[in-house]
Design a protein around this ligand. Structure first.
Ligand SMILES: C[C@](O)(CO)[C@H](O)COP(=O)(O)OP(=O)(O)OC[C@H]1O[C@@H](n2ccc(N)nc2=O)[C@H](O)[C@@H]1O
Ligand SMILES: Nc1ncnc2c1ncn2[C@@H]1O[C@H](COP(=O)(O)OP(=O)(O)OP(=O)(O)O)[C@@H](O)[C@H]1O
Length: 283
C-alpha cells in the first residue's frame, strides 16, 4: 500500500470493549476508564485519491453527518494542520459499521485516515504522534492508531498490550443509536469501580459499567442482551448499542446467528491478533 491507488481498500475495523470500568472522573468531566480493546475482522473500508488543490473532499457523505463534521474529513484536515502539508485528498468511505454502536466506527475511520495519509502524503510521523493527533478527535481514536489489542487506562489512551486467543464473536445491532455523551452524563452512572492492575485482567474479568445506564434508556438493548444470553455470556460494547458474546468456533457462532429473530441485525466476526494496519511502516 505504498502508492496512491483509488482501488486499494484500507480497512477500518470495529473494536469490542471486552470489559469497561469507570474508575474516576477528571476535573474537565471526562471519565477515567479501564477497558480491554479487541479488534475484530468486520469494519468499514476507505479509499483515497490525491488532489493537487490541497482540498479534503469526502466523496461519500453519510446520511445525517455534514462532511465538515465527518471524522474522516476532520482527521485529514487535522493532519494537514499538524504538519503544514499542502497536499489534498479525496476520500471514499464504505460504511458497514452502525453509528452510535459502541464499535468505534467513526473513530476507526479517523485512525485509518491518519495512518493512510501519513503514508500517502509521505509525512513520516511516528505512531505515537499520530495517537496524539487522534486523541483530539475522540477518546477512541488512539487505540486504532496504536493497533494492538490492549488494556487501556486514562480516558482510553494509555495502553498495555494483551495477548488474546483466537475466538469468534456474535455481534448484534439493536436498532438504536446511542449518543456516548448521554450515557456518561447520567447521574446513575457508577464512577467508582475499583481499579485493577493490567496484569490481573483475564478474559471474563469485569463488566461494562455503562451497560445498566444504556439498558435503562434503550429497552431494545436489554431485549437483545436477553436473547443472546441464552447462548453465552452477553455484554454491551462501549456506550452501546451493540452487544456481543464469545464462541470458541466459527460454527458455534454461525449457529447462533442462524437463529436470529426475523428483522434483527447481527454478524459473526473473528477476534484479530492485531489491527490489520498494525504492520504498516509507521515507527
Ligand atoms: C465508551 C468508549 O467507546 C469506550 O471505548 C469511549 O470512551 C468513547 O469514546 P468516543 O466515542 O471517541 O468519545 P468522545 O467523542 O471522545 O466523547 C464523547 C463524549 O463522551 C463523554 N466521555 C467520553 C469518553 C470518556 N472517557 N469520558 C467521557 O465523559 C464526554 O462527554 C464526551 O464529550
Ligand atoms: N465517519 C464517521 N462514521 C461514523 N460516525 C461519524 C463519522 N463521522 C462523524 N460521525 C459522528 O459520530 C457519531 C458517533 O459515531 P461512531 O460510529 O463513532 O459511534 P460509536 O460506534 O458509538 O463509537 P464509540 O464506540 O467511539 O462510542 C455518529 O453519530 C456521527 O454523528
Amino acid at each position: 500500500m505504498s502508492d496512491w491507488n483509488w482501488h486499494s481498500a484500507w480497512p477500518a475495523p470495529a473494536k469490542l470493549n471486552l470489559f469497561l470500568h469507570v474508575v474516576g472522573r477528571r476535573a474537565d468531566g471526562y471519565h477515567l476508564l479501564q477497558t480491554v480493546f479487541r479488534f475484530v475482522d468486520h469494519g468499514d473500508l476507505l479509499r483515497f485519491a490525491p488532489r493537487a488543490d490541497g482540498e479534503v473532499v469526502l466523496a461519500t457523505p453519510l446520511p445525517g453527518v455534514p462532511p465538515e463534521s465527518d471524522l474522516t474529513v476532520r482527521a485529514a484536515r487535522l493532519l494537514q494542520a499538524a504538519t503544514g502539508c499542502r497536499d489534498g485528498v479525496e476520500i471514499a468511505l464504505e460504511k458497514r459499521l452502525p453509528m452510535g454502536g459502541g464499535l468505534g466506527g467513526g473513530s476507526s475511520d479517523a485512525a485509518t485516515v491518519l495512518l493512510a495519509l501519513n503514508r500517502l502524503w509521505g509525512l513520516g510521523l511516528p505512531r505515537a504522534r499520530l495517537q496524539e493527533v487522534g486523541l483530539a478527535l475522540g477518546a477512541d481514536v488512539p487505540i486504532f492508531v496504536y493497533g494492538r489489542n490492549a488494556f487501556a487506562e486514562g480516558v482510553g489512551e494509555a495502553f498495555t498490550p494483551v495477548a488474546l486467543s483466537s475466538v469468534w464473536y456474535v455481534v448484534l445491532e439493536p436498532p438504536v443509536q446511542v449518543p456516548t455523551a448521554d450515557i456518561f452524563r447520567s447521574p446513575a452512572l457508577r464512577r467508582d469501580t475499583p481499579a485493577i492492575a493490567a496484569t490481573d485482567w483475564r478474559p471474563g474479568v469485569g463488566g461494562n459499567d455503562l451497560q445498566p445506564i444504556a439498558v435503562e434508556l434503550y429497552p431494545a438493548i436489554a431485549e437483545y442482551l436477553g436473547w443472546l444470553s441464552a447462548f453465552a455470556e452477553a455484554r454491551m460494547t462501549g456506550s452501546g448499542a451493540c452487544v456481543f458474546a464469545e464462541f470458541a468456533t466459527p460454527a458455534a457462532a454461525a449457529a447462533v446467528l442462524a437463529a436470529l429473530p426475523a428483522g434483527w441485525r447481527g454478524w459473526v466476526a473473528r477476534g484479530l491478533p492485531e489491527h490489520p494496519l498494525a504492520g504498516l511502516g509507521a515507527p
